[in-house]
Write a protein that binds this ligand. Structure first.
Ligand SMILES: Nc1nc2c(ncn2[C@@H]2O[C@H](COP(=O)(O)OP(=O)(O)O)[C@@H](O)[C@H]2O)c(=O)[nH]1
Ligand SMILES: [Mg+2]
Length: 306
């Protein structure tokens, strides 16, 4: 299956909602203000956000008036091309990381967004790209969290550094990075707890993790990724805001695009925050994580062919 087909299936729920709406809107005889307002609402319902919906409505009008196009499908195609160009700068491929030196990636985000699952999938992705990988189980608050990462480590056949429940997360992070450097492992992926209920503790915890990593190598951590759950819609925007106060986010992973009709959230996030998207999660299997491809995302979302 091609990567575009994977995006099409992954974004199926979102594009189904949108294409039904588009069909309805485009069946109207005249593309008047009411129809354009419906177009805007439809994009908002897919969580593209008010600002993006307004911009796209304007683009739609421009293509219709300036270019004198009447075929909505044709207009949609031109809009998709423009959107894909705008989103291109948010593509970021991690597959070459750690080529010459070990790289440490800290994976952050609130409970349940898919951090541990994403680490498992990233482990598989990196291994498929001939990188060596080690996992660090620095979510030490629940035994189940450590076990879950252990299961992923066995599944994708990578080493894991772990400790007892309630041990110091920063110490696990330290040991993981140390292990990676000593054994010339390409990539260390560090899982974290992300309990946003206690913001002050959370902030301290991430600071401590990042500080101890720097003691090993000033370049560590090479990436601090924030994982966002697409099904939480606009809440995801708030999490970017909160976590950017805690640490310096270097990239985003958007998970669970397969379980929501709100796949437009990526448009809203990119509009508001200038952060690259390192991967998108579209299912629970180890092969369900893909690099973000702007063109495929936009076309799949709008229900267009490549
Ligand atoms: N459908 C779907 N489920 C996902 C995806 N990513 C994670 N999950 C599920 O979300 C739930 C929480 O994931 P987990 O990795 O434990 O979240 P964490 O608390 O942030 O570590 C699990 O049931 C995962 O299988 C995804 O891309 N699609
Ligand atoms: Mg977890």
């Amino acid at each position: 299956m091609s990567l575009f087909e994977k995006f099409k299936i992954g974004l199926g729920k979102s594009s189904l909602g949108l294409s039904d709406g588009f069909k309805n809107i485009f069946s109207k005889k005249k593309l008047d203000d009411d129809v354009l307002a419906d177009f805007e609402d439809l994009l908002i319902s897919a969580d593209a956000g008010v600002d993006v919906a307004k911009d796209l409505r304007k683009d739609f009008e421009n293509f219709k008036i300036d270019k004198k196009l009447d075929n909505p499908k044709e207009i949609l195609k031109l809009m998709a091309d423009k959107m894909a160009i705008d989103l291109l700068k948010y593509e970021k491929d991690l597959s070459l990381m750690g080529n010459a030196n070990s790289a440490v990636i800290v994976v952050s985000g609130v409970n349940g967004v898919g951090k541990t699952t994403t680490i498992g999938k990233l482990g598989k992705y990196f291994k498929d790209n001939s990188r060596s990988v080690v996992f660090g189980a620095a979510d030490t608050f629940r035994a189940a969290a450590i076990d879950q990462l252990q299961v992923w480590a066995a599944k994708v056949k990578v080493d894991i550094i772990k400790s007892e429940i309630n041990s110091d997360p920063a110490s696990v992070a330290f040991k993981t990075a140390e292990f990676a450097k000593k054994n010339q492992i390409d990539i260390a992926l560090i899982d974290t707890a992300g309990r946003l209920q206690n913001k002050k503790n959370l902030m301290e915890e991430y600071k401590k993790i990042i500080n101890v990593l720097k003691k090993i190598d000033n370049k560590f951590p090479n990436e601090v990724i924030l994982v966002l759950d697409a099904t939480t819609g606009q809440n995801a925007l708030n999490q970017v805001k909160e976590f950017s106060k805690i640490h310096n986010i270097t990239g985003l992973v958007i998970t669970k695009l397969d379980s929501t009709a709100k796949g437009g959230i990526i448009l809203a996030i990119c509009k508001k925050y200038d952060l690259p998207i390192v991967a998108v999660g579209m299912g629970e299997k180890d092969t369900d994580l893909h690099p973000f491809k702007a063109e495929f995302y936009v076309k799949a979302l709008l229900g267009l062919e490549s």
